[in-house]
Design a protein around this ligand. Sequence first.
Ligand code: B12
Length: 251
Amino acid sequence: MSIIRPYGDTTGDGMVQVSFTLPIAHSKVAEGAAAQLAAKMGIDPALVVHAKPMGPDFTFFVVYGRVNHLVDTSVVEVVERDYPLLSPKEVNLAIRKGLRRRLVVVGGCIGTDAHTVGIDAILNIKGFAGEKGLEYYRELRVVNLGAQVSVPALVDRARAERADVILVSQVVTQRDAHLTNTLEMSAAFRESYPAAKRPLLIVGGPRFDEKMAPELGGDRVFVRGTTPGEVASYLTDALVTRRSVREEVPA
Ligand code: B12
């Protein structure tokens, strides 16, 4: 069955819960305003189940209610994993055999973004979700530039390190900073390198959409919950496996 609807108390009852903040002091009118917004969003009946003042002029709401919308899973578009998941041993072996040198990874948070926990989860040896980070892989040489790296500094360092891949993290999305910073980064790399020599450009963060890679000028977007093993497997597939297949095909 590809048609589904939300579930709260009983299957198919259409119940959902949403939260938002309105720029209004907490009062009965404020709660009525929240209910009005929910009704305009198609939630009917809508119950304001939580209202909390956020300072003197704002209120945070949680609304619970029913929607009549149906969801058709047959028309949902997602980016499926199109590379095999490898163990660190398999990654090391593939790089050693296919590249015959260590693969160089340069990463960091660009712009003013100082949220390094995400990129560290991928790069640092201690890793994430029970998996070791890329520093653990013997055939990967990892250069972690940390927080608030400017795009020119990233390009310079990538050249100096002869980077095969750039891993950029963007967590802050205020005023779409994650998008503009990523576009600036990909444009700078495309300008500074001939197409065939350009490092692979990977961006990650909790609020990206995996489908955005082409419009951001990148090669791949990773989102919330990404594990280091997924990134290492993708790198191996893109830079070792697929490259060697391409080289074997006669022109
Ligand atoms: C910790 C934290 C901080 C710490 C950061 C410490 C550090 N060294 O990183 C401190 C206190 C410094 C901080 C500061 C600020 N923060 Co803050 N912070 C958070 C918090 C609570 C957790 C983020 C986190 O560590 N997540 C855990 C990691 C593991 O998850 P992740 O980043 O999603 O990473 C995973 C994936 O996304 C992916 N990934 C991420 N990057 C990459 C990169 C690559 C290449 C790949 C492959 C994968 C990948 O892999 C990771 C593992 O799965 C979030 C709220 C939240 N609960 O998420 C707010 C949050 C991100 N912060 C926020 C804000 C607003 C700020 C400040 C602007 C606050 C202020 N007014 O000063 C400042 C900005 C500072 C700056 N210049 O960047 C907002 C952002 C809102 C928005 N729309 O952008 C959030 C969402 C809080 C909120 N709800 O308002 N923050």
